[in-house]
Design a protein around this ligand. Structure first.
Ligand code: NBG
Length: 799
């Protein structure tokens, strides 16, 4: 086939697509039109490598990986793809010659908000690494029309609006109108000739949309296949002809609601039903699709485990166990025990949280109503678990107290189960999965998370990229451990100066952005202290907010005490139904408004909370950070990945010994990280008889802030506004904010001193980057490929 790159330069391709794809002349074209034209021109260059990767996978009948994830937090695609292909300069020049600014064009793209937090961003980093390493893989998920909500603030309160990322053409994907599977819900199950026959009461179509995922320089290209729900019939003609248009549209509305939003509110029965349907919808479509692909070349379903490795990203796709058993038994006539063994040898499960409220469970009643055949199979799998437990008095049951425990189900159906940091994996074995670990002692293993250096250094930090390229060559992009070569240069004053010049430029870039977006002036001389992540009590944004208020008090008391100027930046969304988290957002915004308006405090402390934190915002914030806040209650943050991005970009961490912070400390060394607070074991030991008030009474610094909030210092127009936050803290400080506060305060004062020593801080910053190589998602994916999937790269020694 003729290569599009033979036909024209990138500039010609842009002109071509502006005319023939977008249908505009240069005079009439908007920034968006130029973006669409450039996207097509860039996307064209992925097509032949994409075909080639598929051809090689088939030719070698290679084992494939299927990653099932309810979230993919991709962020913007165009800039990443352009850089990946090495086309950035060419694109910039081509657009400049047409009077168009490249940066404006790439920033016009809305973030693909198909995810929520770390789990979804991890899935996106994994896709990048799988392609970079040349491992044949598909990502499977849902093509949400609206994804996660867009956040704004109204007088400090979080307001949620529907995300409209698909309003403009999303021209990275290929619609596959012919690739459609039936997804059934409800109905009944009858027995016929010894086989179960499920007749669903309702059936929708799952239709595929494919997005090519290029590895570095497009040496390999995998596919992200997202499913969109469509009605079997677009509308009912009969009511339509009667003029009942709403009723006529009902089938479409019902079907499409399945792929409308990520994490619909599940506090109601209808919300829970929708969520379970979503999970089954994308899991079933993915399994039907991969089975079809497998059976086209392998007549015997028993060979599945040799050819297919499926990863369940958390419990959302845990229905894959029963679904695969169903397809093998009801569909292919394989006996249950054998079908279960095949499924188990094919499936793997990653656990991403030990918080009990985050481990999914569904009422058996609901499961039986939505998926009656699966409920039967789940009961049989549960019986199998009891058999495997033998004489052990296992307490774990899949079906228990009227609920189906999806974590237990996923574990039972998996060949390998992994945690996402060393500490988290250890806690999995000791706590939530202790008895399952006793029954299946070889099943749990650890794969510490990682982040892709392409987006999280090469892409978001061009200054540091150039410095590294000049100093150690370009190979670090796909071999991040090479960063270790800069460690000796931490002692080289000239190198440190260049490193900190890059940081200073990134801080100026952020300061400009803050002025444009928030209308606030901040000094790039100040320490940029950043906490960006979902708002959750265990992540303890509240502790940071209380420390901010305490620092403001200390500055007010003695403004000339030589304070290290700080800009504290918060970012993150709270789940719409999570009221306690939303209260914390409002408190942070009130503290920010009060502190920022105080002339005595001035530039010594500024507090910012830019709304609608997302991947693109992270790409501006992280390269500009001096201090990375990773302050969760020990034992509660499974891993964290933001912590890795910060360290990679030369920010120093203040954090607890939680999740991957432990491993970051091991790599960067005690002198280059600020660790404080209780360990995971100490947290659990402190639970008996714990009272936040005892700690507050012992801490004058904390007590003063609590009293001020109670008196309405931060909400003078409504003094009682923040009482619910205090009330919760005093009644149920489950995450031990009060207990860790003084240690946190003390650590922050050590940070102040550390930052004041410019050379010392620069050393720490350089060493954080130098020792972050291990946190590449390439290392993580190599681990999965070796320990879990047993797949190999098709790029040979280039991988
Ligand atoms: C999150 C954890 C993070 C972890 C990511 C990715 C969920 C359920 N879990 O600590 O809270 O880094 O998963 O593993 O989103």
């Amino acid at each position: 086939m003729k290569d599009c790159t033979d036909m024209n330069t990138l500039a010609e391709a842009i002109d071509f697509h502006l005319a023939y794809t977008v249908g505009k002349t240069a005079d009439a074209a908007s920034v968006t039109d130029w973006r669409l034209a450039l996207s097509r021109a860039v996307r064209d260059r992925l097509i032949l490598p994409w075909f080639e990767a598929t051809r090689r996978t088939y030719a070698q009948n290679n084992k494939r990986v299927y990653y099932l994830s309810i979230e993919y937090l991709l962020g913007r695609i165009l800039e990443d793809a352009t850089r990946n292909l090495g086309l950035e300069d060419e694109a910039r020049e081509a657009l400049a010659a047409r009077g168009i600014d490249f940066a404006e064009v790439v920033h016009d793209e809305p973030d693909a908000a198909l995810g929520n937090g770390g789990l979804g961003r991890l899935a996106a980093c994994f896709l990048d690494s799988l392609s970079c390493l040349g491992i044949p893989a598909y990502g499977y998920g849902i093509r949400y029309a609206h994804g996660l909500f867009r956040q704004s603030f109204d007088q400090g309160r979080q307001v949620e609006m529907a995300e409209e990322w698909l309003r403009h053409q999303h021209n990275w994907e290929f619609e596959r109108a012919e690739c459609v599977y039936d997804i059934g819900f409800g109905g009944d199950v009858r027995e016929q000739g010894g086989r179960a026959v499920w007749t669903p009461g309702e059936v929708v179509d799952a239709q595929a949309y494919d997005t090519p995922v290029p590895g570095w320089r497009a040496r390999w290209v995998n596919t992200l296949r997202l499913w969109s729900a469509k009605p079997k019939r677009a509308f009912d003609l009969e009511p339509f002809n009667r003029g009942e248009y709403m009723q006529a549209a009902a089938p479409e509305v019902f079907a499409e609601s399945i792929s409308r939003v990520l994490y619909p509110d599940d506090s109601t029965e209808t919300g829970r039903t929708l969520r379970l349907k979503q999970e089954y919808f994308f899991t079933s479509a993915s399994l039907q699709d991969l089975l079809r692909r497998f059976l086209a070349h392998n007549p015997d379903p028993r060979a599945l485990p040799a050819q297919v490795a499926i990863q369940m990203n958390d419990t959302h796709p845990a229905i894959a166990g029963p679904e695969l058993v169903r397809l093998l038994t009801d569909g292919h006539g394989i006996a249950f025990d054998e079908a279960f063994d095949i499924a188990r040898a094919t499936l793997n499960y990653t656990n991403h949280t030990l918080l009990p409220e985050a481990l999914e469970s569904w009422e058996t009643r609901l499961m039986a109503a939505v998926l009656p055949r699966h409920m039967q199979i789940i009961e049989r799998i549960d019986a199998r678990l009891r058999k495997d437990a033998g004489a052990r008095k296992a307490t774990s049951r899949i079906v228990e107290n009227g609920k189906v425990n999806m974590g237990t189900l996923a574990f039972t159906c998996a060949n390998r189960v992994n945690g996402v940091s060393a500490l988290h994996t250890d806690l999995m074995k000791r706590t939530v999965f202790a008895d399952l670990h006793g029954i299946y002692p070889d099943r749990i293993l650890n794969e510490t998370n990682g982040v892709t250096p392409r987006r999280w250094l090469h892409g978001c930090n061009p200054g540091l990229r150039r410095l590294l390229d000049e100093t150690i060559g370009e190979a670090w992009v796909c071999d991040l451990e090479r960063l270790a070569a800069i460690a000796p240069l931490a002692d080289d004053a000239a190198f440190r100066a260049r490193f900190m010049q890059v940081k200073a430029a990134n801080k100026r870039r952020l300061a400009d952005w803050v002025r444009a977006e928030l209308g606030v002036a901040i000094s790039p001389e100040a320490m940029f202290d950043i906490q960006i992540k979902r708002i959750h009590e265990y992540k303890r944004q509240l502790m940071n907010a209380l420390e901010t208020a305490a620092l403001a008090n200390a500055i007010r008391r003695d403004p000339e005490a030589g304070w290290t100027p700080r800009v504290k930046i918060f970012g993150g969304k709270a789940a719409p139904a999570y009221h306690d988290a939303k209260n914390i957002i409002r408190l942070i915004n009130d503290i920010a408004a009060t502190v920022n308006a105080d002339p005595v405090i001035g530039d010594r402390l500024k507090v910012l909370y830019p709304p609608n934190y997302n991947v693109s915002m992270a790409e501006i914030l992280i390269p500009a950070a001096d201090l990375s806040e990773q302050i969760s209650t020990a034992g509660k943050e499974a891993s964290g990945t933001g912590n890795m991005k910060f360290a990679l970009n030369g920010a120093v961490t203040i954090g607890t010994l939680d999740g991957a912070n432990v491993e970051i400390r091991d790599h960067v060394g005690d002198d280059n990280i600020y660790i404080f607070g209780m360990t995971a074991d100490e947290v659990e030991a402190a639970r008996a008889g714990y009272a936040a008030q005892d700690h507050i009474d012992r801490s004058p610094v904390l007590k003063e802030v609590i009293d001020q909030i109670r008196e309405g210092v931060y909400s003078p127009d409504e003094p009682t506004r923040h009482w619910p936050v205090l009330e919760k803290l005093l009644r149920d400080d489950y995450f031990m904010v009060a207990a860790d506060f003084d240690a946190y305060w003390a650590a922050q004062r050590r940070v102040d001193q550390g930052f004041a020593d410019r050379d010392g801080w620069a050393r720490k910053a350089v060493l954080n980057t130098a020792h972050s190589g291990w946190f590449s998602s390439d290392r993580t994916i190599r681990g999965y490929a070796r320990d879990i999937w047993q797949v190999r790269s098709l790029l040979g020694d280039r991988a």
